[in-house]
Design a binder for this molecule. Structure first.
Ligand code: ADP
Ligand code: ZN
Length: 437
């Protein structure tokens, strides 16, 4: 494999040098943070009153965690650390779990962010010969503009298509010879289904790669998209609180996401004890941003669950790798006392060839008990007068799910294209249980 590096020096920097760089950037970031009332007060309690009070990277451990709630309480300008006149852009989170949070960027912050996204894109083998269709929401969400800027920086021809309108997406792909797309994995699956339904031949498009992120998805989903569309799919992770996309990305080895440690200090903690997990164990990702002046955020509890992949990557990058994310700490469902993550259901469903590309999980109360229903799509050939094959398939899915999640679900099979599709992050779980029970 011929790996290419956008910023060879930084991407291959020996660990000792990387840590020295982190320390100098951390001092600067703490300096910016001390200009906000929130951090001035928080850091003073830990004896940090000026940036020089940070003597080593270990001193970061004295800094209290920052939560999404802290950011919400600081809305709108509580975390702004530069004069308003220096800010040229704001973005907001999607608000998947509540009130969105707002982030500010100076011109220099935008440039640095763009550099990180460009690095990710380039690491997958893209360059200025590529045509890039950015099939994700523009606007306040960071995914659209973040990839747009990164794509232009790499020199690709960027088509700002946004999501939705699959027929138009196909037309754009055919007219301009799109080679790369960016999307949520759920929208990619939808695109693939629609392509088949509309009878669009794979040979009429030149697609080679996709960047898929903004929501968790399993290895089986990646494989499914890769096989059906005959492309390479790279996992992209980011969050608005840490700029947006460009935080962690898969290289061509496709084994874990390199997290750019010259831009972020990474910790993985046990979400209950907040102590670091042992190397390789799963825990909550905690990030400190080192590349943004306008909204410095220290030790941010992302609520996203992952672990480090030990050992070096064949690509030679020294930045550590994170395992595929399994979801958020607050995604966990408790069904009749059993804990499970929606990703466990996805893993089962996407590994079954007979099952289509979309699914929904519903939970409701049935008397005193919780009832879990998994709705999936299957092809039209399954809906015949003889219902026996359909019943057998339903029973097979139910049994496989039960073995994996130890809960006995109801399974409903729907015709392809009949379950709701979201243009942004997929809404997979509908929990109809009353809140106070
Ligand atoms: P919100 O928290 O409101 O969804 P963002 O729009 O900033 O805010 O989305 C960031 C979140 O999206 C991350 O914290 C994570 O939960 C999820 N996410 C982004 N990329 C991935 C990915 N590749 N795998 C799993 N989850 C992801
Ligand atoms: Zn690598």
């Amino acid at each position: 494999m011929n790996y290419q590096y956008w910023n060879r020096e930084m991407e291959l920097l020996p660990r000792d040098d990387l840590e020295l760089w982190q320390l100098s950037q951390l001092r600067e970031t703490v300096g910016h943070a001390l200009r906000t009332p929130f951090y001035r007060e928080r850091l003073a309690r830990s004896g940090i009153r000026k940036s020089d009070d940070i003597k080593s990277l270990d001193d970061l451990r004295r800094v209290p965690f920052t939560t999404k709630n802290d950011l919400r309480e600081g809305f709108p300008y509580g975390f702004l650390s530069v004069p308003r006149e220096e800010v040229v852009r704001l973005h907001a989170s999607s608000g998947t779990t509540g009130t969105p949070t707002t982030i500010y960027y100076t011109r220099d912050d935008l440039e640095k962010w763009t550099g990180f996204v460009a690095r990710c894109i380039y690491s997958t083998g893209c360059d200025n010969t590529d045509v890039f269709q950015n099939m994700i929401t523009y606007g306040l969400f960071t995914g659209g503009l973040g990839f747009h800027q990164g794509g232009e920086k790499v020199g690709m021809l960027v088509i700002p298509s946004g999501p939705g309108n699959t027929s138009r997406q196909f037309r754009l792909m055919q007219d301009f010879g799109t080679t790369v797309v960016h999307s949520t994995p759920s929208f990619l699956l939808h695109v693939e289904s629609r392509m088949r339904e509309e009878g669009i031949s794979r040979d009429s498009i030149k697609l080679r790669r996709a960047f898929a992120g903004a929501e968790p998805y399993s290895e089986d989903t990646r494989r499914r998209i890769e096989e059906l569309l005959r492309i390479d799919v790279y996992n992209s992770y980011g969050l608005s609180e840490m700029n947006g996309p460009g935080v962690a990305f898969e290289c061509q080895a496709k084994n874990g996401l390199h997290i750019w440690e010259d831009g972020y200090i990474v910790e993985i903690v046990n979400p209950d004890t907040l102590e670091p997990v042992r190397e390789g164990e799963t825990g909550e990702l905690v990030l400190t941003i080192l590349c943004r002046k306008a909204s410095p955020i220290l030790r941010y509890r992302t609520r996203d669950l992952t672990g480090f992949i030990p050992g070096p990557c064949p690509c030679g990058r020294t930045h550590r790798r994170l395992r595929r994310f399994t979801g958020r700490t607050d995604d966990m469902l408790i069904i009749n006392g059993v804990n499970m993550f929606p990703s466990q259901i996805e893993e089962v469903i996407m590994a079954m060839k007979e099952v289509g590309n979309n699914y929904v999980i519903e939970i409701e109360k049935a008397g005193a008990l919780d009832r879990l229903t998994v709705k999936t799509e299957v092809g039209p050939e399954n809906f015949m007068d003889d219902t026996r094959p359909l019943n057998a398939l339903r029973e097979k899915i139910r049994r496989t799910l039960q073995t994996s999640i130890t809960i006995n679900p109801r399974v409903e099979l729907h015709e392809s294209g009949s379950l709701p599709v979201s243009e942004g992050k997929a809404v997979r779980v509908i929990d109809m249980r009353p809140r106070d029970m």
